[in-house]
Design a protein around this ligand. Sequence first.
Ligand SMILES: [Cu+2]
Length: 471
Amino acid sequence: MVSRRNFISRAGAITAAAGAAAVSKVAMAALPEPVIQTRPDTMPPLVPSSGRPYNPVVTLNGWTMPWRMNNGVKEFHLVAEPVVREMTPGFKAHLWGYNGQSPGPTIEVVEGDRVRIFVTNKLPEVTSVHWHGQRLPNGMDGVTGLTQPGIAPGKTFVYEFVARRPGTFMYHPHADEMVQMAMGLMGCWITHPKTRHPLIDEVDRDFVFLLNAYDIEPGSATPKIMTMLDFNLWSWNSRIFPGIDPLVVRQGDKVRMRIGNLTMTNHPIHLHGHEFSVTGTDGGPTPPGSRWPEVTTDIAVGQMRQIEFLADEEGDWSFHCHKSHHTMNAMGHNVPTMIGVDHRQVVSQITHLIPDYMVMGERGMHDMTEMEMPLPDNTAAMMTGTGPFGAIGMGGMFSVVKVRKDQAPGDYTDPGWFKHPPGTVAYEWASSLNEPARSGVEAIGVEPPGARPDPTIEVNVRKPGAGHRHH
Ligand SMILES: [Cu+2]
């Protein structure tokens, strides 16, 4: 158990962890004490107090792992183990992770550092760690059976290599991957440049997180590991909105976000109110001539994207996956579309039999964000979160970039909701409306035959996959 204060001081953190870690001091005498984190909060950046200096990143709802220097080698100790991850307040998942959390801690090193990582396996099956994107000796690549034997339960392996290439990377098992990644074993790795790099800008705020996904039945806590595509929880660092912290920045800050995708589908990540460019991938920094402005970037499976922008517009700016089903939490996918169906009569009849019964979506699904439907214990609401104007109606991969004029440099504390200057908020039109003059075929006076369907004809469109049918 490590408090936020201990985290600022690495020495303090290691001392504090010594008492709490369930690892025998004798057995681990030659190893760095594993530092365990039990909280899902966004921890302040870990300012390096040994080794080469660098500007640390902030891991969204996560933390950076302290190290110890041993004769010029940076030593880390990862412990793969079952963890309890609060995915959002009121909903805890039983995952596998590293050092007390899923994802595991971010590892931050500097280009040219010699790094030694002890990996202790406290899972019930073999594991290994693959250092995604790194240049390293082949035998350190962490592929079970191909470059090393699996790390058996209870055993500790050592990985050692020089962090040769600066950039944004991740780590994850290469052993029974389908299960171990579905259970949440993964983490981020940042290699900072050792001197000013022509393609890597200095930034004021540098955030990192992973896209991950789980399939957890409402009311239960353990992911179904056989799910290939139909996940019901779309998360950033194993958190779902409203459990994802806001990304707090000061107006005028240059902001970098490093995002890796370890789900089974792509995620078009979208930022409101600003344009960004993709300045790097897990393959390295992109040359300036290849950069163009974007407001959405698609991050495919197994890819990482590093985006940068100038946060010059004050406000609370949505930042989310643009696949609308990925900004929702667990739901039954068999809910029929009820828009336009008047089923009040049916509801009142059913309510006599089942008092809690609610029919969903007669006027769209927004009603669901405000209704109080009884949920099983340990279940996240499907669309939730309350903002200054009411229900936000989001879940999953959604957060808010909060840009504030008066946020102190380096301060990541939540400033609360944006206070809009007078006259800058969309408002209700209170006067009368004129009938709109509609443009179109009538206006031209020519109507091609068959252009307008007879209003009495029903249109029946089926989703692709079920076959198209138009009448
Ligand atoms: Cu998505």
